[in-house]
Design a binder for this molecule. Structure first.
Ligand SMILES: Cc1cc2nc3c(=O)[nH]c(=O)nc-3n(C[C@H](O)[C@H](O)[C@H](O)COP(=O)(O)OP(=O)(O)OC[C@H]3O[C@@H](n4cnc5c(N)ncnc54)[C@H](O)[C@@H]3O)c2cc1C
Length: 388
């Protein structure tokens, strides 16, 4: 067998592409393997845009990753001349009465303010009149308030994967695409990775398999992960003026704890009038697997989305749904991430930073994974252990 790789990446989605790039940048001999040809639409990293925010209501431990990710994306933009990140601001809206939790956090606005204060992130809290005056796209209720900052915004996930894999390749990484890993085992001071085409050896393996991760772990570890089906929708504005009100300089990204069962979140218009405007809600109760998930979206689902989550809150959006896409969350209790050594194989690092909010951290997490694999990281990862 040829000389072993320093590191093999199993999975080249959001996390794997970022780690492969960071490893190649550090001069490591790296092989990235993916069963498909990322970016693709079968995992967790598709659908044009992802929210990014530095004040993360999920907890203070996330801000460092998002901040570092912004720096890395800006560097890549400079090197490649592509637009990856738009910082057009964010509102988190909350109000009186029973409100839906966001990522398990009952009062996401208050939690977001706490993290912003702790990290010195410039922000303000708007009252109902200020929200109405500044952001007429939102039909808020009397008593609603909004956290607002200017540093949040959105990222283009497919472009980020493309950019990082392209740079990794240019720096000497080998990419094995359309090749599925069937097993891995640690023995004789390294890890052996078997695919449907070949067998490879490496000093370290990083498993960044997204929703496929539970199928690669023993049952006791797999039990800590729950894969859920999510749907993204693009509804057309009622007319050109309504579309204009959703333009990125007029409309921030938003997370809105409405009274309906789930939160609604969404984006400004990033395309033309006929491309529609993206928004979504979440469901965390029905589990699935990447093999079994229903990837079609029925007319009934779309009608229910419009009736419950769109019509009452966004007067500028029509019922015309341009497209809808199914995507997968891999969730850990309390919307946590797992970034840890495999309990039975110390040369294997497992990375599952999803729980519905991982993309904004992916470039920074890729850097951490590279440092962990090369023995350079001294970062405290106690919050991201398998055991929680
Ligand atoms: C609908 C939706 C909305 C979201 N919104 C946001 C948001 O606004 N902001 C935010 O920050 N985050 C958001 N997230 C979360 C974020 O997108 C995920 O955290 C992130 O994309 C996960 O990346 P990943 O690398 O873990 O998985 P993926 O990108 O899915 O990558 C896993 C890769 O592993 C490969 N693979 C798996 N098994 C094998 C195998 N055996 N052999 C070879 N290859 C294999 C797969 O083919 C895949 O390419 C959202 C997620 C979804 C689904």
């Amino acid at each position: 067998m040829a000389d072993p790789y320093d590191v093999i990446l199993l999975g080249l989605g959001a996390m794997g592409s970022a780690a492969t790039y960071q490893l190649a940048k550090r001069g490591a001999k790296v092989l990235g393997i993916d069963q498909f040809s990322p970016p693709h639409e079968l995992g967790s990293t598709h659908g044009d845009t992802r929210i990014t925010r530095l004040a993360c209501g999920e907890g203070p431990e996330y801000t460092e990753f998002a901040t570092r990710s912004h720096e890395i994306w800006r560097e890549l933009e400079g090197e490649l001349g592509v637009r990856l990140l738009t910082q057009n601001g964010m509102v988190v809206i909350y109000g009186p009465g029973k409100r839906s939790p966001s990522h398990g956090v009952p009062e996401f606005l208050a939690a977001t303010v706490d993290v912003a204060r702790a990290n010195g992130i410039d922000h303000r809290v708007l009252d109902t009149a200020e929200i109405r005056a500044r952001f007429p796209v939102f039909n808020v209720t009397d008593g609603d308030e909004a956290y607002h900052d200017d540093v949040s915004g959105f990222v283009y996930p497919e472009r980020c994967i493309d950019a990082q894999l392209g740079q990794a390749k240019a720096l000497g990484a080998r990419l094995a695409l359309n090749e599925r890993v069937t097993s891995f085992e640690q023995a004789d001071g390294g890890v052996t990775v078997t695919t449907d085409k070949a067998t490879y050896r490496a000093r370290q393996l990083i498993v960044a398999a997204g929703a496929w991760l539970p199928g690669l772990l023993p049952p006791n570890l797999a039990a800590g992960f729950k894969v859920t089906r999510q749907v993204l929708y693009w509804f057309q504005a009622k007319d050109a003026e309504a579309h204009r009100q959703f333009s990125p300089d007029a409309c921030p990204i938003y997370i809105w704890q409405i009274p309906a069962p789930q939160v609604v979140y969404g984006f400004p218009a990033v395309g033309a009038f006929e491309d529609g405007i993206k928004l979504a809600t979440e469901q965390t109760t029905t589990t699935t697997t990447p093999g079994e998930v229903d990837r079609s979206v029925s007319a009934e689902e779309t009608e229910e989305m419009y009736r419950t989550y769109v019509a009452p809150y966004f007067p500028g959006l029509s019922s015309k749904c341009i497209k809808a896409k199914v995507c997968l969350y891999t969730e850990v209790d309390k919307a946590r991430f797992v970034i840890d050594r495999h309990p039975h194989m110390d040369r294997v690092i497992v990375a599952s930073p999803c729980s519905g909010h991982g993309f904004k951290h992916s470039a920074g997490i890729g850097e951490l994974l590279a440092q962990m694999a090369l023995g350079e990281s001294h970062r405290d990862i106690s919050k991201f252990r398998f055991s929680g």
